[in-house]
Design a protein around this ligand. Structure first.
Ligand SMILES: Cc1cc2nc3c(=O)[nH]c(=O)nc-3n(C[C@H](O)[C@H](O)[C@H](O)COP(=O)(O)OP(=O)(O)OC[C@H]3O[C@@H](n4cnc5c(N)ncnc54)[C@H](O)[C@@H]3O)c2cc1C
Length: 317
């Protein structure tokens, strides 16, 4: 517990000196707030990683990290989740920012979407991220939402997890015992599931600087700009003659997690045409139907995206 930052919301006592989570004046004045949408939860705002680890160890699965709150608070308000404690990491130093060290670009988990796209190392070396960010929701959400929140949430239709996969990123998971690193390909385990343990925090994402000549491609099909994608594709590779080196095609919205289309990429790497790669995509993707379309529709949309994205990359667009 972090002294004055301790608050218990809804029909319990609060510390009037502490800032409220969402500026709700009724809560500050201690009124009966049982009418609010979210279930009861306690709130802590630690100021160091050690305090975060204390809270996570003490509260286990009852605790949830609060980053930008753009997904978590919505799930609380819809009562889709009811954690006992929110651990707001907004004041923990060292978790935000983008910096290059040698051949690696380290992106702090608390880097907001709006800052990510504008960060000089991203502009200089990671055009895939710069292209993807404008597709995430709307400016108000991008001003608060963080890359760590997006990656930890592991929504299969989200842009940034697929970008991490295409870029060969490594997730840095921190806990009292130190850090462990997990490749993006092993990090996502299924629908909203990752390898993160309850006592761990996603501290950063490390991305290798792409090789010289690398090009990026990104597109998605959504009902409206800013909606979650029906199907999307994040891609990166180096043109080599008629083929490609290190081509990665990461589809999102096409399974319960982002998926690397390795068969289609292998066809393209060897100089096969787009039609052959589109045919090979059937070996890579087995999309479940959802409210956005049945499996056949999603397969069709994935083939369309493959043609558009790889076509543009080949033309240097
Ligand atoms: C209307 C709307 C439209 C949206 N559209 C899109 C979209 O098109 N594409 C898209 O990708 N996203 C979309 N989002 C989600 C948005 O991008 C969120 O910002 C993002 O998914 C979560 O980031 P956050 O920082 O807000 O995380 P939070 O909401 O604070 O947290 C999300 C989850 O991640 C966990 N978490 C957060 N940070 C960490 C960490 N460092 N370590 C461990 N666990 C952590 C939390 O405990 C929680 O379970 C949309 C949201 C809204 C409200």
């Amino acid at each position: 517990m972090t002294g004055g930052d301790r608050q218990v919301f809804n029909n319990r006592t609060i510390n009037k000196n502490a800032a409220p989570l969402n500026g709700d004046r009724a809560r500050i004045q201690g009124e009966d707030t049982r009418k609010v949408k979210a279930p009861d939860f306690a709130y802590e705002r630690p100021e160091s990683l050690d305090q975060v680890f204390d809270l996570l160890e003490r509260h286990g699965d009852e605790a949830r990290i609060l980053a930008g709150g753009q997904s978590l608070l919505a799930t609380l308000n819809m009562r889709l989740s009811s954690p006992g404690l929110l651990v707001d990491i907004g004041r923990v130093p060292g978790l935000a920012g983008v910096a290059r060290a040698g051949q690696t670009i380290r992106i702090g988990a608390m880097t907001r979407h709006c800052d990510l796209a504008a960060a000089p190392p991203v502009q200089a070396h990671l055009p895939l991220l710069a292209r993807a960010v404008p597709h995430i929701a709307h400016p108000a959400i991008r001003n608060r939402g963080t890359i760590g929140g997006s990656v930890a949430l592991a929504d299969p239709a989200a842009e940034l997890p697929a970008c991490c996969l295409a870029m060969g990123a490594t997730m840095v998971l921190a806990s009292r015992g130190g850090e462990r690193r997990v490749a993006a390909a092993d990090f996502f385990q299924g629908l909203f599931r990752t390898v993160l343990e309850p006592h761990e925090l996603l501290a950063a994402i490390e991305v290798p600087v792409p090789p010289a000549g690398s090009v990026a491609g990104f597109d998605e099909l959504a009902r409206r700009h800013g909606d979650y994608a029906i199907v999307g594709l994040a891609a990166q590779g180096v043109p080599a003659g008629a083929g490609w080196q290190g081509l990665a095609l990461a589809f999102f919205g096409a399974d319960d997690r982002p998926v690397l289309a390795t068969a289609a990429a292998a066809v393209l790497a060897e100089g096969g045409g787009i039609a052959a790669a589109q045919a090979a995509l059937d070996r890579d993707l087995d999309p479940p139907g959802d409210l956005n379309g049945d499996p056949a529709t999603k397969r069709h949309l994935a083939r369309v995206l493959l043609g558009r994205v790889v076509g543009a990359m080949a033309e240097g667009r």
